[in-house]
Design a protein around this ligand. Structure first.
Ligand code: G6P
Length: 610
């Protein structure tokens, strides 16, 4: 959460910083700010509450800030309400240190109290202003220069941070430091860039350095020097990233969310093709051997939609491979001292590869000597680097805050792993494996077919956009799809939506059903379809309007006011298709309600705080 950028070169910094922040707005968007150092050393700060567009307006697209060295920030508030005062950059008391920060300084109260005793005053409620003053304090006390100062701060700081700092009396240079929050440094010709994420600087350079935890760097026009916390120089080499800068553009679509919904056939196809070799799953690209996968206990850890992928995996893996699977919210797993057998395998799923809780879960497992396997979309991300093995999804950059294509690509990897575990355990033979794979290869065109028919969902959304309460019910993988569908509708449309295992609704929640409540049933699992149909009858009797999502041609023993169908597939893979109308529904209801579908209120795409 929060995005940071930096530029030092020969061009005017402010327009480049604004451009970079635009690509990072998905990380937070309640306020934004820039600090630019003029040729005479004066650092000017401009901030604005609200979206980045306000900051652009206030600075006349950057023209009002003159200087070729600067830092910028887009905020997702943690400490202190969204306001201009709490927006970054923050200066220390006498203005000689300017800081942007992504993360949370956990011991900020203790440090603030100490600084107040030393005579420092504060103007905001943020932990970042404490960082600025703390750095200033050590800088003036020890007089050993910026790297020593930042190292001293790092030794006292608890929590997470990616920091970019300007020192008024240290010439044109940006100092950065990192612990548990992402940061990359881009190298151009006579110019250098900093960003929380690669897409923010792709337009300018594809050569990037990754800075590790507890490392610092001094960045000038000539290049970058890295240091460890002991102030010793660290040698690093830039890597060439392969991302396409246009992948993070809207490409003619009205919103990123609908663009990314439409990119799902491609994302699934690319992901499958990367790990399929004819009729076999081939994970050799990821250096994953049968021995690595052999396990009698799989624990999936993830947050949000990635957790929902884990729920699908639980059904699919247990059915196909007969290995017990536990799915855990990473935020719970990390603190509950979980019991794990020595032969357990942790599967961490994350689009960004930076979600703080998922990363912590990986570290917790590794500390206990348990193998970790990550399913990640962003290359070079922390989880990808720290897990023992990583399978990358090929969804490309996902910009809309609500995930769609990354979720679908993660599901594809989940199916492939299920098949691998089934093969290793002797649960499927070559012929069965080939049949499953043939069906998986059909998924992209089936998703395409659902998208071609999106008008029916659009029409339904237009007619039902004022609904107050929605319940989504299903059994097995249908329930898992409901979890994801309900999250989508809540996050982008602000409609109160609950996903329920169809059999569980009557244990309390059914008391919320009244005239006009919308109940959407997902029914693809033939052996339990009638049971869910009966549950739909129960809510209909109590006044609910019933909608169904099922396979084309399937006989659904429930009368619905509206019926969506998706092409048939193997029942275990159904979530990949049933989720599509639910994503579309969320998108169109959000549009009908006039909401900002790509940047829903209070959210951030990459959650790098606990
Ligand atoms: C945020 C996003 C969700 C995402 C979750 C986990 O809450 O808004 O869409 O599912 O984080 O993110 P990850 O990057 O770990 O998949």
């Amino acid at each position: 959460m929060c995005g940071i950028v930096g530029y030092i070169g020969k061009k005017q910094a402010a327009p480049i910083l604004l451009d970079g922040l635009k690509k990072l707005e998905y990380r937070g968007y309640d306020s934004a700010g820039l600090a630019v150092r003029a040729d005479d050393g004066e650092v000017s700060v401009v901030k604005a509450k609200g979206r980045l567009a306000r900051l652009a307006e206030r600075t006349e697209n950057g023209a009002l800030l003159q200087g070729t060295c600067g830092i910028g920030h887009t905020r997702w508030a943690t400490h202190g309400e969204p306001s201009e005062e709490n927006a970054h950059p923050h200066k220390c008391m006498d203005g000689s240190v300017t800081v942007v920060h992504n993360g949370i300084l956990e011991n900020y109260k203790e440090l603030r109290d100490k600084l107040v005793r030393k005579g420092y005053t504060f103007h905001s409620q943020t932990d970042t202003e404490v960082i600025a003053n703390c750095i200033d304090y050590y800088y003036k006390k020890y007089k050993l220069g910026p790297i020593d100062t930042i190292a001293r701060f790092m030794m006292r700081a608890r929590g997470s941070y990616a920091l970019a700092v300007l020192f008024a009396d240290c010439g044109d240079a940006i100092y950065v430091a990192r612990k548990d929050s992402p940061m990359v440094i881009g190298a151009g010709r006579g110019e250098m860039f900093i960003a929380s994420d690669v897409p923010a600087i792709l337009k300018y350079t594809k050569r990037v350095y990754y800075i590790e935890n507890y490392e610092m760097a001094r960045i000038t026009r000539e290049g970058v020097e890295f240091y460890n916390i002991d102030r010793e120089p660290v040698e690093k080499h830039a890597v060439r990233v392969k991302l396409d800068e246009n992948a993070a553009e809207m490409g003619g679509y009205e919103h990123f969310m609908i663009k990314e919904i439409h990119e799902q056939p491609r994302a699934v196809e690319l992901t499958l093709n990367s790990y399929l070799n004819g009729e076999y799953v081939d994970l050799s690209e990821c250096k994953i051997t049968d021995k690595f996968l052999e396990t009698d206990e799989i624990v999936v850890v993830a947050c949000g939609s990635a957790y929902h992928v884990g729920v699908v995996m639980q059904y699919v893996v247990e059915k196909l491979a007969r290995i017990p699977v536990r799915v855990e919210l990473a935020s719970e797993f990390r603190y509950r001292d979980p019991i794990l057998g020595k032969n357990a395998l942790i599967v961490a799923i994350s689009q960004s590869g930076e979600t703080a809780d998922t990363l912590a879960a990986v570290r917790e497992a590794k500390a206990r000597g348990i193998r970790t396997l990550a399913i990640v979309n962003v290359r070079g991300s922390s989880i990808a680097r720290e897990a023992d093995k990583t399978i990358f999804t090929y969804a490309g950059p996902e910009i809309a805050v609500a995930t769609t294509k990354a979720y679908s690509a993660q599901l594809a990897v989940g199916y492939l792993l299920a098949l691998e575990w089934a093969r290793i355990g002797g649960r499927v033979d070559d012929v069965q494996c080939a049949a499953y794979i043939a069906e998986l290869r059909n998924l992209p065109q089936k998703i395409e077919k659902i998208l071609e028919n999106k008008q029916s969902v659009q029409k339904f959304a237009a007619e039902n956009s004022t609904v107050n309460d929605v319940f989504m019910i299903g059994r097995g993988v249908d329930y898992a799809a409901c979890l994801e569908g309900a999250l989508k509708l809540k996050e982008v449309s602000y409609v109160h939506t609950e996903a329920y295992a169809a059999g569980e609704l009557k244990h309390g929640t059914i008391s919320l059903i009244e005239n006009g409540t919308l109940v959407l049933g997902v029914l693809t699992q033939s052996d339990i379809l009638e049971k869910t149909a009966s549950n739909l009858e129960e809510v209909k009797t109590r006044g609910a309007s019933v909608v169904t999502v099922s396979f084309e041609g399937a006989k659904i023993p429930a009368e619905a006011e509206y019926a969506f169908t998706v092409p048939g597939t193997h029942e275990l893979f159904a979530a990949s298709l049933t989720v599509i109308p639910l994503q579309l529904l969320s998108y169109y209801v959000s549009l009908q309600r006039g909401l900002d579908v790509d940047k829903p209120r209070n959210l951030a795409k990459s959650v790098t705080v606990e």
